[in-house]
Write a protein that binds this ligand. Sequence first.
Ligand SMILES: [Zn+2]
Length: 295
Amino acid sequence: MTSAGRFAPSPSGELHVGNLRTAILAWLFAKSSGRDFLLRVEDLDRARSGAEAEQLRDLQAVGVRWDAAVVRQTERAKLYEAAIARLTADGRTYECFCTRREIQEAPSAPHAPQGAYPGTCRRLSHAEREIRRATRPASIRLRAEVSEWGVEDQLHGHYVGVVDDFVLRRNDGVTAYNLAVVVDDAQQGIDQVVRGDDLLSSTPRQAYLATLLGLPVPEYAHVPLVVNNDGVRLAKRDGAVTLGDLAAVGIPAERVRDLILESLQLPAAPLLDALPHFTPQNVPKTPWVWTTPRA
Ligand SMILES: [Zn+2]
């Protein structure tokens, strides 16, 4: 089994500077610890035609290279179904017929945080399920036996977060992100997950699920996001933020790479030359404020 890190973009549009910085960080974490670096396209949802090719091209333009063929989640339905079948055989799943609105309007369980599933369908009788199946396809939820779970994060230390009866397969048949990511990381030999810190709060759910499936829990590093001048997570509306936009105003990909490396207090250089200067402990703990530079 390999030991690997990864970058796993959703092909919903062009990568922006924030995505590229996270990809470079994931590459630096992997390579500085002697790991392979893998690329996985998370195309179960919101995939836009042509976006994958653009993203791979942009990653290469800033110097990111990967060590094996690209994996796509849409090609892995059997793996996800096998994991759900195993959990179901263990009595760890149930069908949920709730609409989003019903979940929002249901009284939440005591001590449950905002947005946690209130458990409405957990104890439906066989007859009640039969009736509801006739009107609405079911999503599949995990029957969680804990309400929180702890993980270790290289930048955040010991982090404890909510685990609720989260969705494993949506009622439109699409595998939920939390399940796919756990199955894929284990199956690809990924033992180091570096990604944006907006995903930290879902990590306890994933680590708990991995444990239930008998899979190893990877080590985690949730890195700060890139934000605009208002401190809001960078988005396309923030001006020239993609390599395409930046090239159009005279800023080539190498310059973008250099700016990203400088934001990490690393020398502006090809990634292999910056690599020896990288230590995880020195990754800035605060978001990087992006302002489009002058050409
Ligand atoms: Zn429900």
